[in-house]
Design a protein around this ligand. Structure first.
Ligand SMILES: *Cc1c(COP(=O)(O)O)cnc(C)c1O
Length: 465
């Protein structure tokens, strides 16, 4: 399996190169040259596989520059840190099927991908005798999942910028209480956007980037999408064993990463297994407008109780566009250049095709909190606000098939919203209990590129040891 760019400007490359590259050098996103499919015989042979074995099978379809043994070892190491034996269990809650993706070390679904990505980086650097310095900005969830993905790994230092005093206290502590010598938390006196802009400038300084082997962990890395394909298939198989041949999925979406993994899973499985993907947005509804009107155009970001979806430019959208344009890379490039210039893209001519893949609705703040309250009153089950956005959309758009709703964060991570909706305190799971008493380490810096660059220079690895 070789990997190409959505914009057609790079030579096809093997999987490990795609993982190390992140964003393609022509500015496009990386995709497999063709998407693998499996037949019903293969599906039947996967019928009872535990999560780890299923992950090994699926990764094996996309990776041919790593031995089977190495893939197995990586998968085992990546999911040993999950607290549930099934890794991503499905819970039946009334008529709903909740796919719990929050049993990893930082209690959000991003662990599923970033635990694997950290191990892939380590694997590659061991083999090449090299090193890297990861630099990223976060508003909360991505930073802590990335830090937990690479903490203590040889040949990797990680620098994560978060906006000082603007993440939730728990989110900041999940990052700053990691004391491994290779982890550097930087709280900048500024906003998330300031942090993002600084990181971009570091990457745009090509000398700096090459000297320090800068690496990125944002959601455009192909390995992150691939890791997420597994739980779609895993949960579908679970419902298939319960007698259902076809299901819908409801996915709370911001960057289009998680739901794009659902799209890949839908193409991988025999036709009809995954009927429809319900794309659920909060009040930041660019993707809902795209699905329902063909209008992909940015608007101002509105803060909501599901902050990890407060996004108006979906960084993975270009991957889906590639399939909508039937692999016409010149067309994708023109579309994206037009979008970069004007902030809008008219895809209304393709609406019918989009509707075969997705149904979508935007969920208001009131609906989000009402859903948390309803599900708790009816079933005694607490949803976090991101997961509630998905459940609300599922209830609105469900057909006759069962809907598997992705629960992307543990409710304790967003205790304020849950308390507001239900009046209940969420019991802290062990990963969060006593966080405030733990020792923490963090450097506070001005939101200034030169200052951050100096700090990174002083603490960066320049060789493997
Ligand atoms: C990141 C995140 C999302 C959105 O995922 P995308 O892949 O960006 O669509 C949803 N819920 C939670 C809790 C998240 O951290």
């Amino acid at each position: 399996m070789r990997y190409i760019s959505t914009r057609g400007g790079v030579e096809p490359m093997p999987f490990m190169d795609a993982v190390m590259t992140g964003l393609a050098r022509d500015g496009g996103l990386i995709l497999p040259e063709s998407l693998p499919t499996i037949d019903t015989g293969k599906l039947e042979s996967w019928r009872n596989l535990p999560y780890l074995y299923l992950a090994m099978e699926i990764l094996g379809l996309f990776i041919d520059d790593m031995s089977k043994n190495d893939i197995e070892a990586l998968v085992e190491a990546s999911y040993a840190s999950f607290s549930h034996p099934q890794v991503t269990p499905v819970r039946k809650v009334g008529e709903l099927y909740i796919l719990e993706l929050f049993h990893g070390p930082t209690l959000a679904f991003k662990d599923v991908a970033l635990q694997l990505l950290g191990n892939l980086f380590e694997y590659r650097l061991q083999r090449t005798g090299s090193f890297m310095n990861i630099v990223g900005a976060t508003s909360g969830d991505t930073g802590s999942a990335a830090i937990h993905g690479v903490r203590g790994k040889e040949g990797i230092n990680i620098f994560i910028l978060h906006p000082h005093g603007r993440t939730s206290p728990i989110q900041a502590l999940q990052m700053t209480t990691v004391l491994d010598a290779n982890v550097f938390n930087i709280a900048i006196r500024g906003t998330f956007d300031d942090g993002q802009a600084i990181v971009k400038e570091l990457f745009n300084d090509l000398d700096f980037r090459d000297t320090y082997h800068l690496g990125a962990i944002n959601s455009i890395n192909w390995a992150r999408v691939l890791a997420q394909v597994v739980y779609y298939v895993f949960s579908f198989l679970k419902l298939r064993r319960a007698g259902f041949d076809s299901v819908d999925f409801a996915v709370p979406t911001g960057n289009f990463g998680d739901i794009f993994a659902g799209f890949v899973a839908r193409r991988l499985l025999p036709p009809g297994c995954i009927n429809r993907l319900i794309l659920a947005t909060n009040e930041n509804d660019i993707l809902t407008r795209f699905v329902n009107q063909g209008d992909y155009s940015t608007a101002a970001v509105r803060p909501t109780s599901s902050p990890s979806m407060d996004i108006q430019v979906a960084s993975n959208f270009e991957r889906y566009l590639y399939y909508l344009r039937d692999g016409d890379t010149a067309r994708v490039r023109a579309d994206m250049e037009g979008f970069a210039a004007s902030g809008r893209l008219d895809l209304s001519a393709l609406r019918e095709r989009v509707a075969r893949d997705f149904a979508s609705t935007s969920v208001s703040e009131e609906q989000t909190l009402a859903t948390i309250a309803d599900v708790y009153e009816e079933h005694g089950y607490l949803l976090d606000p991101h997961s509630a956005v998905g459940v609300c959309a599922a209830r609105e758009l469900a057909g006759e098939r069962p809907v598997i709703c992705l629960a992307t964060a543990h409710p304790a991570k967003f205790g304020d919203a849950v308390r507001k909706a239900t009046g209940r305190e969420v019991e802290l799971p062990p990963a969060l209990a006593g966080l405030e008493e733990r020792q923490s380490r963090c450097q506070i810096l001005d939101a200034d590129t030169a200052t951050v660059k100096d700090y990174v220079r002083q603490h960066a690895l320049t060789s493997r040891h």
